[in-house]
Design a protein. Structure first.
Length: 445
């Protein structure tokens, strides 16, 4: 469940600058900004903290009355966002009053919400006079604005801080959050998994591939832990990137992996591992993030006559055969649609997060190293000598081994040590970094 904080939502027709305002208020380019209408589809959310209190800021899709069945889902999410909102930032193109602005204003009056009209694209003092036309919409607060030149930003920020002083609430410490990214190919069920975890329809779920474009954050409590859940767009092959929006969507997904601590990779259980899944696994390992793989749509694989245990074991063997270097990654079998085994997946995420921050005492590490050398004398038959080990990094973990000469280090020895290290200490789902350094005379003494 999400913390009970007040909500500020940015509403308006397509392409008036809503995502640009969102990025400006957040202080980073989190929403994708493009000249193409309809770039924002889901509700993009960010926790805003001021010295007076915290609140959620929503960036919504462009408000439209008509459209296809997919757009109907988008508009449903916009209306739901307005219902949850404490205050609406109604964004318009301040250069002219559009008939759709009047339709949106009528809808907002029905909701009986506090509304501030942000008249954007008024880039100089002379143009700001055009903002007065928007008083005909029936709202008392009209703020002349220019996202590009930040005109009116100080005024808006001051008003938000005054509002937060009255309505904002304390927020959880960011350092206490467990950052989890949900990744996978398009249409594998990422948004549906997020909705199931949260217990309500946070993201748009559609048969149309590529529904999610931004990397979307939400915060929930699970077993007294605060989790920042990041729903990402599906990662496509470079050859299938059709436009700039697709490109920036991919960039957002990669950034989401980088700022996460644990990554949940959803794989279609019906289709099995695809090339794109293997690319993501390599990417997560390269970024050195914790990883758990969840075969989704398991409800489509099982029947009354299915031996579920045998089927799961078959998938585990298949995974180990396809990716033998990633056997340390835990595998789960879930159904985002029915909720099957989703709680167990969340428990695994908490476990991997603990291992991500795990530190092994130097004395324990070297006791283990001594047993390895004694039990495997053939590994020492070469001229290589391993003297000492210590953990130099955590989150993610990294280990330094002092040796005599790097030229004596065989290619298979680091893999051997890593395997034995995991057998002794664990680290499920965690890519380990092993560094080998020649011991100097000073260090010998």
């Amino acid at each position: 469940m999400r913390n009970n904080l007040p909500v500020v939502a940015i509403i308006g027709r397509p392409n008036v600058g809503k995502s640009s305002l969102f990025n400006l208020l957040v202080g980073t380019r989190k929403s994708i900004v493009d000249e193409m209408e309809g770039v924002t589809r889901d509700i993009n959310m960010e926790l805003i903290q001021t010295e007076y209190g915290a609140f959620y800021l929503y960036d919504t899709a462009g408000f439209l009355k008509e459209g296809d069945s997919f757009n109907a889902l988008v508009q449903k999410k916009v209306r739901e966002a307005i219902e949850k909102t404490d205050i609406v930032l109604f964004m318009v193109d301040g250069r002219n009053l559009h008939p759709m602005d009047e339709e949106i204003a009528a809808f907002l009056h029905e909701q009986e919400k506090e509304v501030w009209v942000i008249a954007n694209k008024l880039d100089n003092a002379e143009m700001e006079l055009q903002a007065y036309e928007f008083y005909t919409l029936g709202f008392q607060e009209i703020i002349p604005f220019s996202v590009v030149h930040k005109r009116g930003f100080a005024t808006l920020k001051e008003k938000i801080e005054e509002w937060a002083q009255k309505h904002g609430k304390p927020a959880p410490k960011i350092s206490d959050e467990i950052r989890v990214a949900i990744v996978g190919k398009p249409n594998v069920g990422k948004s549906q998994l997020v909705n199931t975890i949260l217990g309500y329809e946070r993201s748009i779920v559609s048969e149309v591939a590529g529904t999610t474009r931004d990397a979307l954050d939400d915060i929930l409590q699970w077993k007294d832990k605060t989790i920042r859940l990041i729903d990402t767009a599906g990662i496509k092959r470079k050859s299938r990137l059709q436009d700039d929006v697709d490109y920036y969507t991919q960039v957002r997904t990669i950034q989401a992996i980088e700022r996460s601590e644990v990554v949940v990779l959803l794989v279609d259980a019906v289709e099995g591992l695809a090339h794109g899944d293997k690319v993501i696994i390599d990417m997560v390992a390269e970024k050195r993030r914790g990883l758990v793989i969840a075969f989704n749509k398991w409800d489509l694989k099982t029947t009354e006559n299915t031996d579920n245990y045998t089927l799961m074991k078959g998938y585990e063997a298949y995974f180990k055969q396809e990716l033998p270097e990633f056997t340390y990654v835990p595998i789960h079998f879930i159904s985002a649609k029915t909720g099957y085994k989703v709680p167990a997946l969340l428990d695994r995420v908490l476990e991997i997060h603990e291992w991500f921050h795990k530190r092994i005492e130097t004395s324990d590490l070297n006791d283990w190293l001594q047993t390895i050398k004694e039990a495997n004398p053939y590994k020492q038959a070469s001229n290589l000598r391993v003297y000492y080990a210590t953990q130099i990094y955590e989150a993610p973990p990294g280990f330094l081994f002092f040796i005599n000469k790097k030229e004596h280090l065989r290619k298979d020895y680091p893999r051997f040590l890593e395997k034995r290290l995991r057998e002794a200490f664990g680290f499920p789902g965690i890519p380990l970094k092993l560094i080998f350094k020649e011991k100097t005379r000073d260090e010998e003494s």
